[in-house]
Write a protein that binds this ligand. Structure first.
Ligand SMILES: Cc1ncc(COP(=O)(O)O)c(C=O)c1O
Length: 423
């Protein structure tokens, strides 16, 4: 048995009020449990970096030092090296977005861009609009600036733009600081915003004069279905966040933001205060890694691997999960979102799941207000297909046990049966 130690924080009265609203990420907290050797992790959204050839990375890092050592080891410009910003412009052109290197700022992952957006845009009480559920790291980044976060539900076609319109009517023109969306293989829901809804979302954003933030880490990890145009390709006022984490490796901490010039200037200003400049060493290494075409093959293989794992997860869910559960069927990315009957509390289910040797992330972490308790995010990106199948089998046992208990309560009239069709 481990020993729990309560640590009193004698500085607790000194912190800024805004810190009270920032919750620790359940995903991070789970890392410790997930490292047990018998544990099957369906929690962390970790890319399969073992497939990134270490020889290619070693060669890139070696070249960075040998050929550009002085620059790689020195401070650099806050917006990032011209070479990597040119690389980003090329990558963006491949997905239908025309930007020049001057429109790009390199960040420490897309995560830093989220924080910079919060810092540049948000005063306490400002309204922002996000999907519900949404990326836990965005909630963490934004909540430090104390906004009023309004979540718009999704269905299989992504954000419900009819409900977005209703919310925009409530807040009025310029009534929100921005709309934050993850249109491709959303984290955590796995769903993708349909082309019609992309257009409608942009129309509404224009009509209400509210900037759109498009966070797109997974867009290139598509398993099937046609290419989806990024929002940014349809409207050059969209603030677009990209990252090297899923097309290369998160360990380099490299992402980028493109935005209209005045916004980019503000982001650069707050970035200078945050870090002076990003890592030149990481930037030169990435520039070298992306020379030639090998990275494309690596990415293709990675995408294939994720597709196999997605298939394994969906097949296991179909086989083992009870009828009362519903889940999404993503065409790409890393995640499946499972919804259980409203009386199930997935946070308490997690302890039992850990005992059974499997982890997931409880859904309430993906909402700012405690919703999502009956939901869970399952990541298929990291475990091997056989482990995913076994993990889902273990999890199904835990879920089934809990549902059986509730069925008995319902039969005894102790709790009400959920209404037919209720989510
Ligand atoms: C939707 C979303 N945005 C941003 C990030 C942060 O990515 P990065 O590694 O680029 O900071 C993630 C990481 O999982 C994510 O899922």
């Amino acid at each position: 048995m481990g020993t729990a130690r309560v640590v009193f924080d004698r500085w607790s009265g000194r912190y800024a009020d805004r810190i009270a609203g920032v919750r620790s990420s359940a995903v991070r907290d789970l890392f410790a449990a997930a490292s047990r050797p018998d544990m099957i992790s369906l929690s962390g959204g970790m890319p399969e970096v073992s497939q990134v050839p270490s020889v290619s990375v070693a060669a890139a890092a070696h070249d960075a030092v040998v050929h550009e050592g002085a620059a790689a080891l020195q401070y650099g410009s806050s917006e990032g090296r011209l070479q990597i910003r040119s690389l980003v412009a090329e990558l963006m052109a491949e997905i239908g977005v025309r930007v020049s290197p001057a429109d790009v700022v390199i960040t420490a992952g897309a995560q830093q861009a989220l924080d910079l957006l919060g810092k540049a845009f948000l005063d306490p009480g400002d309204v922002i609009i996000t999907e519900g559920p949404t990326y836990v790291g965005a909630l963490q980044a934004f909540s430090a600036y104390e906004p009023d976060i309004r979540c718009i539900p999704m269905d299989d076609d992504g954000m419900r733009v009819d409900l977005l319109e209703a919310e925009l009517k409530r807040v009025g023109p310029q009534g929100a600081k921005f709309i934050y969306t993850i249109p491709n293989f959303q984290n955590p829901a796995g769903v993708t915003l349909s082309p019609d809804r992309r257009r409608r979302l942009l129309e509404l954003a224009r009509e209400y004069d509210i900037p759109v933030v498009e966070d797109d880490p997974y867009g290139r990890l598509r398993f099937e279905g046609g290419h989806m145009k990024p929002l940014r390709s349809l409207d050059d006022e969209v603030i677009y966040l990209g990252t090297f984490s899923k097309i290369f490796a998160p360990g380099l901490r490299l992402g980028w933001v493109t935005a209209p010039k005045p916004i980019l200037a503000k982001l650069l200003l707050v970035k200078q205060a945050a870090d002076l400049c990003g890592s030149n060493f990481a930037q030169v290494t990435a520039e070298r890694y992306f020379l030639g075409t090998r990275w494309r093959k690596v990415l293709q293989n990675l995408t294939h691997t994720y597709a196999e794992r997605r298939d394994a997860m969906l097949a296991a869910l179909d086989e083992h999960f009870p009828d009362e559960a519903r889940w999404t069927r993503p065409d790409g990315g890393f995640f499946v979102w499972v919804e259980l009957p409203p009386y199930v509390d997935c946070a308490s289910l997690l302890a039992e799941a850990v005992e059974h040797g499997v982890t997931f992330v409880p859904g309430d972490g993906f909402y700012p207000d405690g919703r999502g308790r009956n939901c869970m995010r399952l990541a298929f990106c990291y475990a091997e297909p056989a482990a995913i199948t076994e993990g889902i089998r273990r999890l199904a046992e835990v879920v089934e046990d809990r549902l059986e208990l509730y069925r008995a309560f319902i039969a005894a009239g102790a709790i009400e049966a959920p209404q037919e069709g209720a989510a």
